[in-house]
Design a protein around this ligand. Sequence first.
Ligand code: ATP
Length: 400
Amino acid sequence: NIGAAAEEMHYKAYVVGGFVRDLLMEKDNYDIDIVIEGDGAKFAVNYAKKHNAKVFVHKKFKTAVVSFDDGFKIDFATARTEYYVTPAAAPEVVESSVKSDLFRRDFTINAMAVRLDGAQFGLLLDFFMGQKDILDKKIRVLHSLSFVDDPSRAYRAIRFAVRFGFEIGSHTDRLIKHAESLDLFSRIIGQRQFLELKYILAEDGYLFALQLMNKYNMLRFYSTKIKYDDELINKFKRSEHLLNWYKIQFEEDIEVWRMRFNILFFPEKGENFISLIDKFELSSKEASILKDDHKYMEYAVSLFKRYKDHKPSFIYGVCSNLSVESALALAAVMGESKQDIIKDYLTEYKNVKIDLSGQDLIEAGIPKGPEIKKALDVLLKAKLDGIVNTKEDELLFIKN
Ligand code: ATP
């Protein structure tokens, strides 16, 4: 029905990019990108009105997102050509035909479109041999200046290569090496740099992606402390076992990219890690999650090294500020010897609660104020170490 709506407005409509790629590869894809030859934003507003959906318009880029009540979304754009005024800067946008819109895209496999309006409904537009590259399992850019226009495409090339088990074409491979030698990757803005890494770390094949980034000497743009060696590979392998263990225990999903990020950047110490995160220019919420994860991992490692007596209350004190993602990362970086301790923390100690309430303590004669918190802490420690077990034990313990 997008096609019919386009006909009414005398526009041409196409579904483009990842959706077409995944359609040809028979993979599910629920991200629908529509390109309109005409005013894409105006089209989206009309389309949303017809279907009682919400629309958000981005005037400058002539794009819009239409969201339906069930959460389903469609992205609409105006067919455009982009001019890069300076390399790696935001492009200037002008209206254009679908062919030049496709020409500004990253790889041949992502640069195909299917016509949605009129008699030509279903026609596949493949100007750059995307179908052939799917069959040949190749990631290829459309022209030699592709990485000059947008160096972040090199990280995308790696991501798609590992996701589909494709090879990076030989010309594209040379262009990535050339871009690296020209230091083009250092021009990628922080947020983009972060997102590309996050997407890579969310892929099942992330380890192979890191190997490719290492081969192209691209890890240095994140941190010179990251060494892709057997030690790092072993940490990641351990983390995968831990992750499987966690999923079986708790049947809940965690942010795997975050666990992997914590492992990858653990060699960066304190202040250096903080300035590295600041360069990504993330929201203050995201930045503080990453900084806290790192800080509490460092804290735990130093305490585990300093003290040898690992009573449950000690382990609780060391681990209680860790997120699940950083606890699993910690277990992976500390090696076999500490894994069971962290597993015990996650399965047992983390959930220990005392039975007495603050009110119970007041009734038992503890004065209101900070004394209550102190008493609760002491009780929790005693419970963790098995000194008290029942509510009666707790009451006796506190009275003494
Ligand atoms: P995914 O399955 O990871 O979402 P996708 O191909 O849908 O893959 P998006 O990042 O959503 O990836 O991009 C949608 C489309 O926009 C791509 O298929 C590609 O045609 C184009 N595109 C995205 N990023 C770039 C880029 N940096 N340079 C050129 N074209 C891009």
